[in-house]
Design a protein around this ligand. Sequence first.
Ligand code: AMP
Ligand code: MG
Length: 411
Amino acid sequence: MTDRFVPDKDMMTVAEALARLDARLSPVVGTEELGLHHALGRILAEDVVSSVNVPPHDNSAVDGWAFCRADLPADGCLPVVGRVAAGHPLDGPLPRVSAVRIFTGAPLPEGADTVAMQEDCKDQGESVVLPIRLSEGDNARAAGEDIAKGAVVLHAGTRLRPQELGVAAATGRSSLKVYRPLKAAVFSTGDEIRDPGTELAPGCIYDTNRFTASGLLRALGAEVTDLGILPDRFETIRDALAEAARSHDLILTSGGVSVGDEDHVKPAVLALGSLDFWRLAIKPGRPVALGEVAGTPFVGLPGNPVAVMVTFMAIARPMVLRLMGAAQTALPRYSVEAGFAFKHKPGRREYLRARLAHMDGRLVAAKFTSDGSGVLTSMTWSDGLVDVPEDRGDIAPGEMVDFLSYADMMR
Ligand code: AMP
Ligand code: MG
């Protein structure tokens, strides 16, 4: 399956690009303390250490009767000496050879170690007949069995989902230190690019990239300023970049970074800061420009609308996540069956637009019919990208391939 892999000397693999980015980038945003209700989707800026045990006390997992297993007589009958409901502990320890009525979440009295489910018991009022097959500890939850006091329950760099907010609350925290949203400025470039909603002049096309790029950034939690379309004019681009750099943490442009005469982004960035031209060994979307404008990180994506999304996902997304303080930038990879044949010349990493379907219990990826990198409807048709590594040869139907889901890429 693997042919000779001859890397192109001038080209950089995605892995190399990511390693370089990782070495240079760190969070650029400040932090703030937010109440739990406002922290959903933010990135945690501290390790959360629990100041309590969760649960705080030994308690019952069911409604029933609590008792000491070693005290249970052969006939299973014990006198009932009290009642413990959630939030209302028994006053004092459980007397020997007795049981208490207990409800879910109620603290186990000292001396009790086992709970019988009420469905399995015979309630006789003053006494109860318990099932003798129970083992010590059944239906009882130990203090600290979920979270031990002093344990780190959440790590800095974690995206706060509903369950992370729940865990923070369980440890008694009402607010968390989180990173502020990344402020991103987005431009499109090109004399032919027009705003949707306006008349389309001859030779022009509507801007798609500002909307897809802004959407991708917002999905990651960035605050986006839409700075419109820049004409192919050096001075205009330079001035707009300089202005954007003053009040943003990141500048993202599309178009104008290939080697054509009309590509003015590169000299404009160079006039204000520095720029690396990274010829990525990826398809679609080779030229990606990375640098800084007066100290503000800059990423220049290709103009082609599909390449914008693919290079964003491969390169800009991990970069943005690092700047935002996120620890995890790698995407989950799902192994699926190829439902297509694909000729792959080793050398470049290719991202194929693919849709998943279940077939006889297998998860099979169908590939979009055209590989044209300008076909944006291929992106709405697909669920994600099949990632074909640089060194892989042709793919035959039935072979396993790695699938990256858009759902994962946009968070
Ligand atoms: P460029 O990288 O500027 O040479 O652009 C490459 C191709 O993508 C050209 O066909 C452009 O017209 C097209 N393109 C560039 N920017 C956009 C945009 N914002 N929306 C739609 N198409 C674009
Ligand atoms: Mg252009």
